[in-house]
Design a protein around this ligand. Structure first.
Ligand code: ATP
Ligand code: MG
Length: 274
């Protein structure tokens, strides 16, 4: 698509809801009529498993084969993409991506391999969401170089918010050195238990401080065991617990993300007019 937007869902902290957000934002966007590709950029293959592939390590073709074809300057494999019944496409990954990441250190233009692998696919999609691994290593750098913007899921806990500084610093470094157009769409609070004052205090403080410069999404994803069950059943929250609070939250997030797209398009249009 002419206006395909590539979003990296990233946080070097583990277990903050990156993969869950990739699945449910992806399906949310597909439900609102968008063409969506989900890219699993984590050798753990959690996104791949969450979308119903039981044994990712048995896949013949994956993101790592696609990236290898870029490095070798060969024709990309044509059968890398898997279609999920809920209307999203998946570029799956498995443990082979770990060897690929290590090998990247000897490759020319090593930061651009993922970008070169997915750029040719943009014509088919409105959104490409990249589910990053919990590190700031070469795969995550590749994701941030390939991306137009980043969404940062974070739990409302003291240590999670402390780690954000390091991430914001890394994003700024990539923006300054390689990808000047990279934007931060926002920080998304996940697994929020509103019964605790601690969560409320941390979210309030973040909105008052970091929120002055970076969007903190109005939508907060509530903590619910129904969300955790999804990765086991291989379906999104919209199928697993349609009327539930997590489905409602991811639907609201989808609208927020779509509205960012609209406002930034409006902004570039008015810039042009001026
Ligand atoms: P990793 O860093 O390992 O890639 P991640 O940031 O991708 O982790 P997830 O895998 O999405 O995080 O979530 C971590 C765990 O929390 C999973 O078991 C998931 O099912 C669960 N989980 C995600 N969202 C919620 C939620 N809203 N409520 C309760 N549990 C959740
Ligand atoms: Mg994950």
């Amino acid at each position: 698509m002419e206006n395909c937007k590539v979003i990296a869902i990233t946080n070097q902290k583990g277990g903050v809801g990156k993969t869950t957000t990739a699945v449910n934002l992806g399906v949310g966007l597909a439900d609102s009529g968008k063409k969506v590709l989900l890219v699993d950029a984590d050798p753990q293959g959690s996104l791949t498993v969450s979308l119903g592939v039981k044994n990712p390590d048995e896949l013949d073709v994956s993101l790592s084969s696609l990236m290898q074809s870029v490095i070798d300057d060969e024709q990309p494999p044509s059968d890398a993409i898997i279609t999920h019944p809920e209307g999203v496409d998946l570029l799956p990954s498995n443990i082979e991506l770990s060897g690929m990441e290590t090998g990247l250190f000897n490759v020319m233009s090593r930061e651009y391999v993922l970008k070169n692998a997915i750029d040719g696919m943009k014509k088919n999609y409105d959104y490409i969401l990249i589910d990053c691994m919990p590190s700031l290593g070469m795969m995550t750098i590749n994701a941030l170089v390939a991306a137009d913007s980043a969404i940062i899921p974070s739990q409302p806990s003291f240590l999670s918010t402390k780690g954000l500084n390091l991430l914001l610093h890394s994003i700024n470094k990539i923006k300054r050195s390689i990808n000047p157009n990279l934007k931060i769409d926002g920080i998304l609070f996940t697994m929020v238990d509103n019964r605790t004052n601690n969560a409320k205090d941390i979210i309030g403080a973040m909105r008052d401080t970091v929120g002055q410069n970076i969007r903190v999404f109005d939508t907060e994803i509530p903590h619910s065991v129904r969300a955790a069950e999804c990765s086991v059943t291989g379906e999104s929250i919209f199928t697993h617990d349609k009327g539930g609070k997590v489905a409602a939250a991811y639907e609201a997030l989808t609208k927020e993300v779509e509205s960012i797209e609209r406002t930034s398009q409006n902004r570039s249009r008015s810039d042009w007019v001026r």
